[in-house]
Write a protein of this length. Structure first.
Length: 189
């Protein structure tokens, strides 16, 4: 075949099979996005609830402390809830692109290089946060077996570690969704 016929082939319309395949990919990606958004939305609402509990607990403890009867373990509870608020907010923030991003150099690159650089960054993020999730679960299992308890309230640590791991799982899922969008050439930023 000569070069002229290749040029002509490049201008042929997309076949029905290719359209069906593209539609199927878009449907799968849309389902993944929806699952990701729902999971991280639930975590975000739970984070908001934990934040409200922190506020109420601190106010109540302040008032009761003034009356001479502070709430025991307030420091521990606020610390645990703070960790949950932080972990549960990560995936939602990733979906809505709320993390700080310094792109002075990257914005000067062409679109294809930027896209594949973002794929690389997404992959590194997925590997890192999947590892964090796994190690948190692993550590929670060890803590559960050892029966380790908090100092003041004598509450087991492992349930909180599992909950925090769920927050990092949400971030990992958000990064996986971003990766799929970038690989398929869909806009994520």
């Amino acid at each position: 075949m000569d070069k002229g016929s290749n040029v002509e082939l490049a201008h042929l319309p997309i076949t029905a099979e290719k359209k069906e395949a593209q539609t199927a990919k878009n449907d799968v990606l849309a389902r993944i996005e929806k699952l990701n958004e729902r999971f991280n939305q639930i975590l975000a609402w739970a984070a908001g609830g934990c934040l409200m509990i922190i506020i109420l607990l601190i106010v109540a403890n302040t008032l009761l402390r003034a009356a001479g009867t502070p709430i025991q373990g307030t420091y521990e509870i606020v610390g645990w809830l703070g960790a949950i608020v932080t972990a549960f907010s990560l995936g939602y923030t990733q979906i809505h692109k709320g993390h700080v991003e310094i792109d002075m150099v990257v914005e000067r690159l062409n679109a294809t290089v930027r896209r594949w650089l973002q794929v690389f960054v997404d992959l590194v993020g997925i590997l890192f946060f999947a590892t964090v999730t796994w190690l948190l679960v692993e550590y929670a299992m060890k803590t559960m077996k050892s029966g380790k308890l908090s100092e003041t309230l004598l509450i087991p640590y492992h349930p909180i570690m599992f909950v925090v791991a769920a927050g990092f799982l949400g971030l990992t899922l958000a990064l996986c969704t971003d990766l799929l969008k970038n690989v398929l050439g869909r806009e994520t930023r």
